[in-house]
Design a protein around this ligand. Structure first.
Ligand code: ADP
Ligand code: MG
Ligand code: MG
Length: 211
């Protein structure tokens, strides 16, 4: 597979932005019954701004790309998802420092630090029907596949599958964090929009590694 360098993360950003743009209406539909119908618009605005910023001044290390995207999400997305995804990516990027090329295991460790940051900031636990319900299984699958000797592409593909399954598994859950939690029991039976967008972002990473 390709080296995980700045260009790799910039290709990921491109793939993620395309996926978010393509799925924006769907994400907003998911956010209608259990939220305020803006998740697709929030994600689209944030990722378009991030891609524009990165195209204008392309950062050359993986860490710098992640920090730049995180910063844009925090400054352009008004909803809960902006600071949460922004924290994830900024924290992960800082963890990578200024290394020009990183291993899949380093990327995994950095993403774990970022996901820990999401849990700290948002206070959600597994099963609370949030983006963490896609992100945590993705990290576990990534770790399992790397430990089993899988390639970067194989490990990221396993992470994407786990993220999708995790997002799907939010449907029967009762929301305990974010706007959806205001609905209590009535949040049951609806797929979480943030878990769904998280799976898109992980899938974009897997697609980038496969190219
Ligand atoms: P808002 O709810 O402010 O309109 P968005 O619609 O953009 O923001 O994002 C909603 C998503 O954010 C939810 O589907 C959920 O996955 C995620 N989310 C909300 N609150 C939390 C939290 N405390 N911890 C983790 N994720 C959260
Ligand atoms: Mg919303
Ligand atoms: Mg909102």
């Amino acid at each position: 597979g390709p080296a995980i360098d700045g260009a790799f993360l910039r290709r990921w950003l491109d793939a993620a932005t395309q996926a978010v743009d393509r799925e924006a209406d769907h994400l907003t539909e998911l956010d209608s019954p259990i939220g305020d119908a803006d998740h697709g618009a929030n994600m689209r605005r944030g990722f378009l701004a991030a891609r524009t910023a990165v195209e204008q001044e392309p950062p050359d290390t993986p860490g710098a790309v992640l920090v730049a995207v995180g910063r844009q999400l925090i400054s352009t997305v008004g909803g809960a998802s902006g600071p949460l995804y922004g924290t994830l990516l900024r924290r992960a990027g800082k963890e990578l420092g200024d290394e020009p090329v990183v291993t899949a295991a380093r990327l995994r460790d950095a993403l774990r630090a970022g996901v820990d940051g999401v849990a700290q900031l948002g206070g959600a636990a597994p099963g609370d029907k949030t983006m963490l319900d896609a992100l945590l299984p993705a990290l576990d699958a990534l770790t399992g596949a790397l430990d089993a000797g899988g390639s970067t592409a194989q490990a990221l593909a396993a992470a994407a599958t786990a993220a999708d399954e995790g997002a799907e598994a939010t449907t029967p859950l009762r929301a305990r964090k974010g706007r959806a939690s205001y609905l209590g029991e009535r949040s049951v039976g609806h797929r979480d929009p943030g878990a769904t967008s998280a799976a898109l972002l992980v899938t974009a990473l897997a697609d980038t590694a496969r190219e």
